[in-house]
Write a protein of this length. Structure first.
Length: 341
């Protein structure tokens, strides 16, 4: 197993993930399996992931739908229990299911911004109560007057008015709702934010506003981000490092500059080929056919080999490991053997 890339900054590591995996039981009921003589079926949503994020940096995870990006996010914040692997935050492992004071204190430093601003806000609550709830639940501020004052400050910080606190979520646009979600996430004064495709449900013009707001907040508050997206244009704007996931595994991990300048893995190249670019119109592109395989019955060897134009017999038989190549971590036999120019 290759160690993650050394941080380009001198900042200490905030989050370290080792061998993280999460399997879901997708088996038929026991009686049906006995009658049909079928084994248990496991969906390997995340199947051994390693990465680190330095304080104040942004790591983005990209890949097609179903590759395990959002599952990684939910494992880190504790919404799912890992099947195996470890999650360390500020040098301390977040024990599975632990309710001790230290673990709870560390978890309060994490918050998550969800993908759908229409579904992640309680429609029956006024905006002020939505933003104030983390402060009340964690008893961070004493007194309702102080809580309301802090909620008004947060609304102003994300570009809304304190008067918006008296309204309900349905009175806002999608971009404004996502600003409310960001204000709620900041209410518990977190140091680490997990952003699960926070702009994918928004118009392009609104996406830019939300992304710029998040960059400004990162600079002002010293936040660390794990950014989940399938939009490489967004990832390029936001990231210090990028991890490319395919079928629950990391196939490439590199600095954002290196990955966009010189992608190594064939799957990374596929993703970049799909990004519209007027400057590259007319350039010959390598066609890659097929769809993401079934994670319940993944291909043998390299999971990408059925779609890879560089695959050979070794790719079909042997699972590649992440290895260092000129400052990039790549899991690819073709790169290792020099079969890709």
């Amino acid at each position: 197993m290759a160690s993650p890339l050394p941080s380009p900054s001198a900042a200490p590591t905030m989050l370290r993930v080792r061998g993280l995996a999460r399997y879901f039981d997708a088996s038929a009921p026991l009686l049906d399996r006995v009658l049909r003589r079928e084994p248990r079926r496991l969906l390997r949503a995340v199947d051994g992931v390693d990465f680190e994020i330095a304080r104040g940096q942004t790591l983005s995870l990209v890949g097609e739908s179903g590759c395990g990006k959002s599952t990684v996010a939910r494992l880190i914040v504790g919404l799912y229990e890992p099947t195996r692997g470890t999650i360390e935050f500020e040098g301390r492992e977040l024990a599975r299911g632990s309710k001790d004071n230290v673990t709870q204190r560390l978890r309060r430093k994490m918050q998550m911004i969800f993908q759908d601003p229409y579904a992640s806000l309680n429609p029956r609550w006024r905006v002020l109560d939505i933003v104030a709830e983390p402060m009340r639940a964690n008893r961070l501020i004493a007194g309702e007057r102080a809580i309301r004052s802090r909620a008004h400050e947060l609304l102003t910080q994300v570009g809304l008015s304190p008067l918006d606190g008296s309204k309900f979520p349905h009175e806002f646009s999608g971009g404004q709702r996502q600003r409310i979600s960001i204000a709620r996430a900041l209410a518990s004064t977190p140091e680490f934010l997990i952003c699960d495709e926070p702009t994918s449900a928004l118009d392009v013009s609104v996406q830019a506003q939300i992304l710029n707001l998040m960059k400004d907040l990162q600079r002002e508050l010293g936040l660390t981000y794990l950014f989940i997206s399938h939009n490489l244009a967004v990832v390029r704007h936001m990231s210090d490092e990028v991890g490319v996931m395919y079928l629950g595994r990391l196939c490439e991990l590199a600095s954002a500059e290196s990955l966009f300048r010189r992608p190594r893995h064939p799957y990374t190249r596929l993703l970049l080929e799909a990004v519209p670019d007027l400057e590259l119109t007319g350039r010959a592109r390598v066609p890659v056919s097929g769809e993401v395989p079934n994670p319940i019955a993944p291909p043998s060897g390299c999971a990408f080999h059925p779609r890879c134009p560089f695959a050979n017999e070794r790719c079909r038989q042997e699972r590649p490991k992440l290895m260092h190549f000129d400052g990039t971590l790549v899991a690819c036999h073709a790169v290792e053997e020099g079969r890709i120019a």
